[in-house]
Design a protein around this ligand. Structure first.
Ligand code: FES
Length: 252
């Protein structure tokens, strides 16, 4: 199988970007898009040229670092699948495939296909955690939780923070990401004591760095973990709960 890869190149965060076109032969339809980039890089290195910089780690759809844009779609043509799982069988022999970094103002390009997703980390650091006393871990059954509640929490906990939702959103909103974190933690008993504070800080950090949500729904169409669009509703819901608590406290 032969493809023409049109790859975005940018030497550094401040450099101008451009596309380079490379023909890559000997590909197998079962290979992933990242495998095609590996093959291209072998070719570039053999020719004494600079390899294309891109991120990957697990290549199993777990870590979320491989996000890139394939033919204008975050991760690639197959819905709800990470780039490392996208197979070349989605293309035809002789096709041209355009590979770019995830596109969003919140994700500045660092080099070639690599972007900085620090603003997602900022949201997580601001409140997507639970404070517990250090010491022996409590037995799992000391806080009774129904299977239904656990399943609901796991649905939202599945978010791998790849950033595809932000890149797919015309507003550059991270509402699916933030909502997944809030919905996950708001569901579990252990995270209730900090729920209000968490909602306030996480939403404030997200508002400062990402665009607003206007319910386009493009985020859920590309999310490799199939986080349901219902997650976006968790953001106003948790924010209102926090405001109510604040008002209640102010009124004594
Ligand atoms: S490399 Fe880990 S999800 Fe793709």
């Amino acid at each position: 199988m032969k493809l023409t890869l049109e790859v975005y190149r940018q030497a550094s965060p401040d450099a101008a970007g451009h596309f380079e076109s490379h023909q890559v032969d000997g590909l197998d339809p079962t290979m992933s898009i990242l495998d095609a980039l590996d093959t291209l890089n072998d070719q570039l290195v053999r020719d004494g040229k600079e390899a294309v910089a891109f991120e990957s780690d697990c290549r199993e759809g777990i870590c979320g670092v491989c996000g890139l844009t394939v033919n204008s779609r975050p991760h690639g043509p197959t819905p709800n699948m990470t780039a490392c799982h996208q197979r070349l069988m989605s293309f035809h022999d002789g096709d041209t495939v355009r590979l770019e970094p995830l596109r969003s103002a919140a994700f500045p390009v660092q080099r070639d296909l690599i972007v900085a997703r620090d603003h997602l980390d900022d949201v997580v650091q601001s409140g997507a955690w639970v404070s517990i006393d250090a010491g022996t871990a409590p037995d799992a059954d000391t806080v009774l939780t129904t299977a239904e509640v656990s399943e609901r929490a796991l649905t939202f906990a599945a978010c791998i923070g790849c950033g595809a939702c932000v890149a797919a959103c015309p507003n550059g909103s991270a509402q699916l990401f933030v909502g997944a974190k809030l919905a996950h933690l708001a569901t579990l008993p252990i995270s209730q004591p900090e729920a209000r504070k968490r909602a306030r800080t996480m939403v404030a950090v997200a508002d400062a760095n990402f665009g607003p949500c206007s319910l386009h729904g493009e985020c859920a169409k590309v999310c490799p973990q199939s986080i349901p669009l219902a997650a976006v509703a968790a953001v106003p819901k948790e924010r209102i709960r926090a405001l109510r608590t604040d008002a209640h406290s102010a009124n004594g």
